[in-house]
Design a protein around this ligand. Structure first.
Ligand SMILES: Cc1cc2nc3c(=O)[nH]c(=O)nc-3n(C[C@H](O)[C@H](O)[C@H](O)COP(=O)(O)OP(=O)(O)OC[C@H]3O[C@@H](n4cnc5c(N)ncnc54)[C@H](O)[C@@H]3O)c2cc1C
Length: 413
């Protein structure tokens, strides 16, 4: 089958590799003219690492990321109340990786070039419109700067993997309106600094009113023993005037953020110093999502990743769910001779699965335990006050909903 993918981000590139391996003729059209390592850290959970392993990417991934050993939760006073091993350290067959999003995208881009050939990847091609009939789909691409039509491509299937501001989704749902803003703003940055805890720990600190997520994204250390650490601050209401349009690349000054976190200094981590040391830009991102759709596939056109199910980046699921979409779409196209049957199955499996994650993330996802502890013990707690069983029930529930409870996942090949 001749497949056109609009969007050379994480979902689009994994789809290109997977569908090429399944024997399809794939072309990827990416809006940006020069694909660069943009973004900061993301996490790849064991359920999507399984898919990447099956695509032969495990060793490449290991070379540029760090295997997350544990997840810890602490209150804003720095007291721990939840610690759990992650990935293979928790008995999963596959690791959890913390990785620089842009470096991961570059790895996928280079792998796609190697497998599909340079002339199957087309940077600088922004999809503007498409039309389809029973014989095929035709996609039109513009140069985003000049808005001139520069290319037209015909195929059997068009996949919209064009991210949170998807043009294909807009064409399929012209009346959908803007994204739903959560009232929270994320500030993301990286710092080269002293490692903390196991040197491969992920820490969630505070409450959803004011939170900080911290984890290393490199398993290497410079001559001073320092490591590249990624952080994401979550502030209710943000730092003042916040644009609600979702743009991953908007930067802010660190001064105001520093004031908010000035007292967050613990014997295991100095949050204020970490923000101070962040010299590669601080990126502001209003946390928003969209209501789940009833349908992603319309004859020869379908959606995947953030284009299909933009969700709050809570619980490390943004990239992971896009990769699970790819796995299901490839399986469905393998399983059915009829495209419409394949896409019906893809819709029925993935819409329900991702809608649950969207809704659960609106209810704070696993971070609900931060608010539980803040509400009950605003001034701190003694060790015997920690409600371990209650916390465990909440954490296990999220894993099941997001599809990465250990028993179910380890039973898969
Ligand atoms: C620059 C950038 C930085 C990011 N930083 C982070 C981060 O720090 N933390 C985090 O959790 N998530 C980040 N994300 C989002 C994260 O990558 C996605 O949530 C997740 O990987 C799902 O992947 P996706 O392929 O659906 O979307 P994305 O990875 O966002 O990919 C979408 C791709 O489509 C391209 N595109 C957009 N419109 C068109 C069009 N009309 N025609 C053709 N191509 C188009 C975009 O340029 C992009 O390459 C970032 C995304 C981007 C684009």
């Amino acid at each position: 089958m001749k497949i056109i993918i609009a969007g050379g981000g994480i979902g689009g590139l994994v789809a290109a590799i997977s569908l090429h391996n399944a024997g399809h003729d794939v072309n990827v059209f990416e809006s940006t003219k020069e694909v660069k390592a943009l973004g900061v850290g993301i996490n790849l959970l064991p359920h999507c690492v399984r898919v990447l392993d099956n695509l032969g990417l495990l060793n490449d991934l290991k070379a540029i990321s760090i295997e997350t050993k544990e997840l810890v939760y602490a209150n804003r006073h720095g007291q721990f109340f939840w610690e759990e091993p992650r990935g293979v350290y928790a008995g999963y067959k596959w690791p959890q990786f913390s990785i620089h999003r842009g470096e991961f995208q570059m790895l996928l881009w280079n792998k796609a070039v190697e497998l599909l050939g340079d002339d199957s990847l087309h940077p600088g091609h922004h999809i503007s419109s498409f039309e389809q009939n029973e014989n095929g789909v035709t996609a039109h691409f513009i140069d985003k700067d000049t808005e001139d039509i520069i290319h037209t491509e015909k195929g059997d299937l068009l996949i919209g993997a064009d991210g949170i501001n998807s043009q294909i989704r807009k064409l399929l749902y012209p009346n959908e309106g803007p994204v739903a803003y959560s009232g929270n703003v994320l500030y993301r940055g990286t710092a080269v600094m002293k490692p903390f805890l196991t040197k491969a720990s992920m820490a969630m600190i505070g409450s959803l009113h004011q939170k900080m997520v911290v984890y290393p994204i490199k398993d290497t250390f410079n001559e001073n023993g320092n490591q590249l650490i990624n952080w994401v601050a979550n502030l209710k209401g943000g730092l003042g005037e916040t644009l609600t349009e979702r743009d991953w690349n908007r930067q802010v000054d660190k001064k105001q953020l520093l004031e908010k976190y000035a007292n967050w200094k613990y014997d295991w981590l100095d949050v204020a110093q970490m923000i101070e040391n962040s010299n590669t830009g601080i990126f502001e991102f209003p946390m928003s999502d969209r209501d789940p759709l009833d349908r992603w596939s319309f004859n020869r056109v379908t959606l995947l990743g953030d284009a299909a199910h933009p969700m709050y980046p809570i619980g490390s699921n943004g990239a992971s769910q896009a990769i699970l979409d790819v796995d299901e779409l490839t399986n469905c196209l393998n399983q059915f001779n009829s495209l419409s049957e394949a896409l019906n199955k893809y819709d029925s499996v993935r819409i329900e699965a991702t809608a649950k994650v969207v809704h659960q993330n609106r209810k704070k996802g696993p971070d609900i335990i931060l608010d539980l502890m803040e509400d009950r013990f605003p001034d701190g707690f003694t060790p015997d006050e920690i409600p371990h069983e209650e916390l465990e029930t909440l954490m296990e529930k999220y894993k099941k909903i997001a599809g990465f409870d250990k028993e179910t996942l380890n039973a898969k090949s």
